[in-house]
Design a protein. Structure first.
Length: 404
């Protein structure tokens, strides 16, 4: 058996495959776990506000679906997903300016699964992924697990800088990963002109494009922008959507939109992963949408979250010393704070936790390891008065840190 097992750092013999070494724990998830339910003013999590979940509607619909469909709702189903729900997703995307047929849809277990399946289908170890820095942590982790390298592209208030993305693509990058709306972790939106440039550059160089649009529905102002996938003809473009932010994340229903041959390959991968998404939940989400509940539900999320975003922006204005800056999101759940270069967000977090406040330091979102003086704040999971109190405590610490 010698040679089959490998030595772990502590000297133990382990059985894990080599690629597991690239999968590390998420600092965010650890922090959320250790601080949950302990009374912290928490701006750390990525969680929507559970008070806005449509519990009653889903309870009634689940009963109706079981009454109507009976055992069929509990049987195995197709890997591609429940056909009526594929049609709903296609209609949603067509409404966003991305003309879609139901055959181009694969229903997934949240958009996270779509991301993993697309990365698994398209990326080999050593391939270069063009990625915003900072970017979505669980995407970085998924890409890491496939052994890719990164061409990081800085963000400014208009989103990913297109010239840097174009240069990386011209130099042979395999895939661009874009977060077009209210990017996690910064809240920044990619502007219309840049969308065209990046989509065209990917298509021109024969690269794949993954457009992760988890926050599309959470827009609080300004017109919706056309998805990148609609802006250039690219057989390797993949759009990821989800019902996590518009209904509830625990239903774990998302979808991938891509060209039919690519969907067929992704469906094969889905099959070897989990056969298919839950038959009952797919029917429940389908029924929720077909009863016209999606739009009013989204309106409730938007109304509550917009007020909290406003409260956080106002509280930051009042509480923060002048050397601290932050983004101004038009939607989503997060904003991003930049401290003076001399301060470390990880040190601030230790001090903030002693004052009952948690957030996520920004370095963890940077594939290039930068961002030590940045941090992410979730503005949707605390109410307005707790947001004001949290910002007051953080502002106080920063004033002391800067004067000391
Ligand atoms: C940018 C982004 N993409 C994807 C996801 C995954 O969402 P889900 O798998 O619940 O659809 C999240 C969740 O927070 C996210 O922030």
């Amino acid at each position: 058996m010698r040679g089959v097992f490998r030595q772990a750092p502590r000297g133990d013999v382990v059985m894990f495959a080599k690629r597991i070494d690239r999968v590390t724990r998420s600092a965010t998830m650890e922090l959320i776990k250790t601080t949950a339910g302990k009374g912290y003013l928490s701006f750390a999590g990525g969680l929507p506000d559970p008070r806005l979940f449509p519990v009653e509607e889903l309870r009634a619909i689940t009963a109706d679906v079981l009454e109507r469909d009976g055992a069929a709702a509990l049987q195995y189903g197709a890997a591609e997903g429940y056909e009526p729900l594929r049609e709903v997703a296609a209609e949603i995307l067509t409404g966003r300016g991305l003309a879609t047929h139901s055959e181009q849809i694969l229903i997934t277990c949240g958009s996270q699964q779509g991301l993993d399946l697309a990365a698994r289908a398209l990326l080999d170890p050593g391939d270069i992924v063009v990625i915003e820095s900072p970017s979505y942590l669980a995407a970085i982790q998924a890409f890491d697990s496939y052994g890719v390298r990164y061409a990081t592209v800085p963000l400014d208030p208009g989103g990913m800088e297109p010239a840097a993305a174009e240069a990386a693509l011209a130099a042979g990058a395999k895939l661009v990963y874009a977060l077009p709306n209210f990017q996690n972790p910064t809240g920044i939106t990619l502007d219309g002109g840049r969308r065209v440039r990046i989509a065209e550059a990917a298509a021109r160089s024969g690269a794949a494009l993954i457009e992760d649009d988890a926050y599309y529905d959470l827009r609080y102002e300004g017109p919706s922008l056309t998805p990148l996938c609609a802006l250039a003809d690219n057989p390797w473009s993949v759009y990821l959507g989800t019902f996590s932010k518009s209904i509830a994340p625990g239903v774990r229903v998302g979808y991938v939109r891509a060209a039919v041959p690519l969907i067929e390959r992704l469906a094969q991968l889905k099959q070897i992963t989990d056969l298919h998404s839950g038959s009952l939940t797919q029917r429940v989400v389908n029924e929720y949408c077909r009863r016209g509940l999606l739009e009013p539900g989204i309106a409730r999320f938007r109304q509550a979250y917009a007020a909290r975003r406003d409260a956080m922006l106002a509280a930051l204005e009042t509480a923060m010393p002048p050397a601290v800056t932050w983004t101004q999101p038009n939607g989503g759940m997060f904003l991003f704070v930049t401290l003076p270069e001399t301060l470390e967000a990880e040190t601030l977090l230790q001090q903030a936790m002693a004052q009952g406040v948690v957030f996520v330091p920004g370095r963890t979102f940077h594939p290039d390891g930068r961002g030590g003086n940045t941090l992410r704040l979730n503005f949707v999971s605390e109410d307005e008065s707790r947001i004001r109190e949290g910002m007051r405590r953080m502002g106080q610490l920063l004033r002391e840190g800067l004067s000391g």
